[in-house]
Design a protein around this ligand. Structure first.
Ligand code: F7E
Length: 292
């Protein structure tokens, strides 16, 4: 979605590709010829230096991560290497080259424990409860360190859950949409603040168009349980909801409630979320139906 937006705005877009034995570019296939790719990896500082040297970017968006919270319990070391040290590698690569791009660091609502009273905003104490959240906290703070100490233009976007038709298969929204007839889920009573990825990428871009760098919470302010989201999906298909609980999908620890307070982004970036959970479910179901 970010690449779509940048191409639409006339940017020259460069992207990093991780080597894997099968291609996983289905979400960007339609942009063939419009993105220049560089093989690189956040855990390989040399590759970052080369990619930066070849592209000489004016803006960098670091959305690269091991982004699955449950899986971060199974590969915590790798998660930390990518989501924590990877950010450091990128910032140092920028410094080594002496270039001055504006930088967006993808931060997350998983910085919060979800046990706070009321909605979470930029001032809410950060107390992550998973290897993913803890690694992302390092990324958040090191970005802030470099901004404060070196005067680099870096923004942390503290984005709450944002999903879309292109969501990966093992995240809960997509899983529900795909498996509605044979649904096996873990904890269906956690609550998330679900927004729409294309809208959230617009905000990420806006952050870098400001005069000064800052950190922003991006969220809808509406919280929805997983069970309720599944109900929206079942309604959109017109089928009864039947969920089997499978402990394989429950986590050692899970953030219970996320509800973002995005007043700062609303005011300073002049933004208002349009798509919330129910509409998101409808969009995802319609897409799945079209595909079938
Ligand atoms: O889980 C529960 C699960 O994996 C949402 C990432 O983009 O947003 C995302 O993290 C909830 C959790 O997303 C299943 O336990 C129940 O409470 O879709 P999810 P997430 O963990 O909230 C944040 C902002 C990020 O930064 C992350 O990168 O749903 N749940 N049953 C399940 N979750 C999954 N995946 N699969 C289940 O079967």
């Amino acid at each position: 979605h970010l690449a779509d937006l940048l191409v639409r705005k006339g940017y020259e877009v460069h992207g990093l590709l991780r080597r894997s034995s099968t291609f996983n570019k289905q979400n960007i296939d339609h942009l063939r010829g419009k993105i220049q790719y560089h093989y690189a990896d956040l855990t390989d500082p040399f590759s970052l230096i080369w990619a930066l040297k070849k592209s000489n970017p004016t803006e960098i968006y670091n959305l690269g991560a091991q982004s699955h919270v449950q899986i971060s319990w199974e590969i915590p070391y790798y998660t930390a290497q990518v989501d924590a040290i990877g950010v450091l590698n990128l910032l140092e690569a920028v410094r080594v080259l002496g270039i001055k791009p504006k930088i967006y660091q993808a931060s997350t609502s998983e910085l919060f424990s979800g046990r706070e009273r009321g909605a979470q905003n930029e001032k809410t104490p950060k107390d992550p409860i998973s290897p993913y959240g803890t690694s992302k906290l390092f990324g958040f703070q090191i970005a802030k360190n470099y901004r404060d100490a070196y005067g680099m233009f870096i923004c942390n976007g503290i984005l709450f859950n944002h999903d879309s038709e292109r969501r990966g298969d093992n995240f809960v929204t997509k899983k529900i949409v795909r498996d509605i007839k044979d649904l096996r889920l873990g904890n269906i009573y956690t609550k998330r603040d679900f927004g729409y990825s294309p809208e959230y990428m617009e905000i990420a871009w806006k952050m870098l168009q400001q005069d000064k760098p800052d950190d922003y919470v991006v969220a809808t302010g509406e919280t929805t349980s997983i069970k309720q989201f599944a109900q929206y999906v079942a309604d959109a298909y017109g089928v009864p909801l039947n969920i089997k609980i499978d402990l394989e999908y429950s986590r050692p620890n899970d953030v219970p409630v996320l509800k973002g307070d995005a007043r700062k982004a609303r005011k300073k970036l002049k933004w208002k979320p349009k798509v919330k959970a129910k509409e998101l479910a409808n969009l995802m179901v319609n897409y799945e139906k079209r595909k079938l």
